[in-house]
Write a protein that binds this ligand. Structure first.
Ligand SMILES: [Fe+2]
Length: 295
């Protein structure tokens, strides 16, 4: 068996609005249109990934929040309905997905060996969160690859961002080690928005784009700063400013997803490809791909 490899890392935000606007058969509510700049960004991502051979998607989700430690999906098959608690009018999605339990166990063990609190989640009736589902659906709507699902722990709230990041550096390193030992080729998904202050009411027609814009200019400036660092391959600088970014832009990076992924990629110095940026109920979202040449 050859050495496994992380072949790409994707910033893959999960607004349920994007699935709603795509009208896949799995989702009950139907839309006329909406949020095209982001949906077209995901189209570009899918075209890019179609040139890449990979075995598994590993997704770290802000909406599978475990208050203590990091948990991993540990059941081979899940089939049920996922409803967004904030937007049940937009997202009632029937999922049917496979899990690479073997790889999940390897990452879980490697992280535990490095001192992290970890646990395999063995409840076959567990409801998969919409962060995991939306990011995976928009990246691979065929669902023809198994996933590894990783929870986000609450360390940023219990302690602070610096504590969380120290943990995510270890989780990323453990992920890379386990992938290399597995012999598999994997794509990582960091399932989070950037700036995350959002409006508290929605228009009568949710996809009425005359209401859609960034919540405030401060957020926009921060999002552009982060994207500029991504485009210039300044991963270390991203994690250095992430505490301030997360606080000042109320960013969803408090989940640790982005820190985990940049650590797993060993803090890339090559430029990331920005497939697109757009807002959803005022939050800032970018679809961004990190891929080394010649993978
Ligand atoms: Fe979210």
């Amino acid at each position: 068996m050859g050495k496994g490899k992380i072949v790409a890392g994707i910033l893959a935000p999960h607004p349920p609005h994007l699935v709603y606007a795509e009208n896949p058969p799995q989702n009950e509510p139907k839309a006329e249109c909406g949020w095209e700049s982001l949906r077209w960004a995901y189209e570009r991502l899918r075209r890019s990934l179609s040139t890449l051979e990979y075995d598994v998607l590993i997704v770290h989700s802000p909406h599978w929040r475990t208050n203590s430690g990091t948990h991993f999906l540990g059941v081979p098959h899940f089939k049920s309905i996922s409803v967004d608690p904030v937007f049940p009018n937009l997202f009632r999605y029937h999922y049917d997905l496979k899990v690479d339990v073997d790889l999940a166990e390897k990452i879980c063990q490697a992280a535990a060996q490095d001192g992290l609190e970890t646990q395999m989640m063995r409840n076959k009736d567990f409801r998969i969160d919409y962060g995991t589902i939306v990011s995976c659906h928009l990246t691979n709507p065929e669902w023809n690859k198994p996933i590894v699902g990783i929870s986000s722990c609450g360390a940023a709230r219990y302690f602070n961002m610096d504590v969380l990041q120290a943990m995510m550096f270890k989780l990323g390193k453990a992920t890379r080690k386990a992938v290399e030992e597995s012999g598999k080729r994997v794509v990582l998904l960091s399932s989070n928005s950037l700036s995350h202050r959002h409006f508290t009411s929605e228009p009568e027609l949710p996809e009425d784009m005359s209401h859609e814009h960034i919540n405030n200019h401060n957020q926009y400036i921060w999002d552009m700063k982060m994207i500029d660092l991504m485009k210039r391959g300044r991963s270390k600088e991203i994690v250095d400013v992430l505490t301030d970014f997360t606080e000042q832009a109320t960013a969803e990076t408090d989940s640790g997803s982005l820190t985990w992924m940049l650590s797993a990629l060993d803090f890339p110095t090559y430029p990331a490809e920005v497939h697109g940026y757009g807002t959803v109920i005022g939050t800032g979202n970018a679809v961004v791909e990190w891929r080394e040449a010649n993978v």
